[in-house]
Design a binder for this molecule. Sequence first.
Ligand code: SF4
Length: 116
Amino acid sequence: MSRESLKSSAPETAMDPFEVEDDSYDTGKIYCANCIHCKLVPAPGNVTGQFYLRVRCDAGKWTKKLGGEKQYKYFTVTRRSIDCCDTYEPMGDAAEFISDLRKTLPIRDELYDKEE
Ligand code: SF4
């Protein structure tokens, strides 16, 4: 997962297409968090100067049922795993990375203050 410059995000309305929704680790899966295309981006909060963190696939693989880009809450990023992806570009050992990431992820959708 890599950081990207500030951009707005669309509201989340579609069902989650990912099969794994818990914190288990499956060696047969691809974990999007370990892919260069998984980007961490801010999403506007309800108050000016505040934002949430979202993740997006800059290869355009995450889409809503009715079209448009789907983004996910950052704290759920380690749950984004799929069987295969033709544009997966791993950034290292997935098991180790996911394990370390789980130790540092927030446990809920947190609101952050922008630095002036
Ligand atoms: S390119 Fe594939 S593996 Fe990488 S973040 Fe997008 S959907 Fe996940």
